[in-house]
Each structure stands twice: as C-alpha cells, then as structure tokens.
Design a protein around this ligand. Structure first.
Ligand SMILES: [Cu+2]
Length: 160
C-alpha cells in the first residue's frame, strides 16, 4: 500500500494538467525549438500548439532572455521573404497551429545574451482565455524530428 498514495497523486496531477500554472492552457506546446543567435540580435521560436480544448487565441509571449517577443507571419512576395507582425494567432478548438521555418514564428527581439546550441529559452505564452503556457525553446541547428521528444513541450511533467 506504500505506493498507492504517490501513484494516486501523480494520476491526479496528470488528469488536472501537465503544468504548474494555476490557470493552465488546454494547449500543448510540441517540440519548441530555436536557432543560435547573437546577443543584441533577434532570435526565433518555433513550436506547434496543439489545442485539446476550446478555441483560444495566442495574444503574446515573453521571455526573460529578450526585450520582447513578437508573433510574425512570413510570406514570399516577389522572391523576397517578408515578415508581418500579428497581434493574435487563433488556435482552433481541437486543432493546432504551427510556428515553423518559412511561416509563422515567434521573434525574440533584443536578445540579452547569445543563444548557443543546446541552450534552453524559457518563455511564457499568453492566451485570450487568460491561460498561460510555459515552454522551453531548445536551441538547435535544425528542426527536431517528430517522435520520442513529444514530451519536451510539457514544461512541468511530474518527475521531469
Ligand atoms: Cu520575424
């Protein structure tokens, strides 16, 4: 019977939410990653947001490692890649939205220190519902492969 309590507690924690936040999002951050960048310059954040609940809207993000974070949409126009800021990014109910190279991304503006391979960039995503989601962008040379690293986006799984 010694194991009964911890197991029950862990199951409860999992059922409630994988996050510490008092007002956790129904949104899961899958494979958050970033690229190497110089201090003073701009970094980037990529992630797929998977919504297990009602429709919500990403309204912003912040990280202690940059002066501010903007949501940008990239598009090709006349052979030139352009970026336009977006104030709101809808995350459909039971749907997902991807921030990925060549498309949407989070721009980490005014980096306070360089981002090197293997670094982790903590950030908080804010949603119109009032929910927030903590993520850690792992600095990598290229996009992580799908698969076993599915859990990386869950910042506060019990025991991790
Ligand atoms: Cu940008």
């Amino acid at each position: 019977m010694k194991l009964a309590l911890p197991v029950a507690a862990a199951a409860l924690a999992l059922a409630a939410a994988p996050l510490c936040s008092a007002h956790a999002a129904d949104v899961e951050a899958v494979r958050p990653w970033s690229r190497p960048a110089a201090a003073g310059g701009n970094g980037v954040g990529y992630v797929t947001l998977v919504n297990h609940g009602k429709a919500d809207v990403l309204t912003g993000a912040q990280t202690p490692l940059a002066e501010r974070v903007e949501m940008h949409a990239s598009s090709m126009a006349g052979g030139v890649m352009r970026m336009a800021p977006e104030a709101r990014v809808p995350v459909p109910a039971d749907g997902q939205v991807s921030f990925a190279p060549g498309g949407r991304h989070l721009m980490l503006i005014g980096l306070k220190r360089p981002l090197k391979l293997g670094d982790k960039v903590p950030a908080t995503l804010k949603f119109a519902s009032g929910a927030s989601l903590r993520v850690e962008f792992v600095v990598q040379a290229q996009a992580p492969a799908a698969g076993m690293d599915h859990m990386k986006g869950m910042a506060h799984m019990p025991g991790m």
